[in-house]
Design a protein around this ligand. Structure first.
Ligand code: ZN
Ligand code: ZN
Length: 175
């Protein structure tokens, strides 16, 4: 039997979007805009930021009006999604030394778009835009090639993710 200690008032009032306890990740969607379901891309992002903070959980509980626990299969798909999230986030803030990092075709300028447009990133359009950029005017050629490589990498990750999600009957569409 667990005894829960009374929390400090300040802490109790503070809204925690997610909490990790004994292998269980609780994602609290009572205050987010989303529906707290996995058909909601916004709430998939709520879960993914929880996984980034706590690491892959053994169990997952999403809360809104009622609590819903998700299966291991679903957790494995969400863990993959959180990897994509943290990769794009890192890429959007990373400034590798000795490289151009701020022109419009740089990886850092494009990485955020990929995650923001989850679950349907338009890789084809992003690739075309990078390819069509004019060196010197829109950005430099070195960034263009690095960005195209990054887009290819992410597109492969999304492809694998969709395959895995479909196998586990996880719908990856926006509703
Ligand atoms: Zn949510
Ligand atoms: Zn550049």
């Amino acid at each position: 039997m667990r005894i829960s200690l009374p929390k400090l008032k300040k802490k109790a009032e503070h809204h925690e979007p997610h909490r990790y306890e004994d292998g269980m990740l609780f994602v609290d969607c009572r205050k987010c805009e989303g529906t707290s379901s996995l058909g909601d891309a916004g709430c998939v992002k709520c879960v993914s930021s929880g996984i980034i903070d706590s690491g892959p959980p053994a169990r997952l509980m999403m809360r809104k009006e009622c609590d819903v626990e998700h299966s291991e299969n679903v957790i494995s798909v969400l863990v993959e999604i959180s990897k994509i999230s943290s990769l794009t986030h890192t890429a959007s803030i990373e400034r590798p030394a000795g490289k151009c990092n701020d022109c419009s075709v740089s990886i850092s300028s494009n990485a955020k778009n990929i995650w923001d447009s989850f679950p349907e990133p338009r890789f084809d359009i992003m690739r075309l835009e990078a390819e069509r950029s004019k060196p010197d005017k829109d950005g430099c050629e070195e960034c263009m090639w690095r960005t195209i490589g990054f887009i290819d990498q992410l597109e492969t990750m999304f492809f694998d993710l969709r395959k895995n999600a479909a196998k586990k009957a996880f719908r990856l569409t926006e509703v």
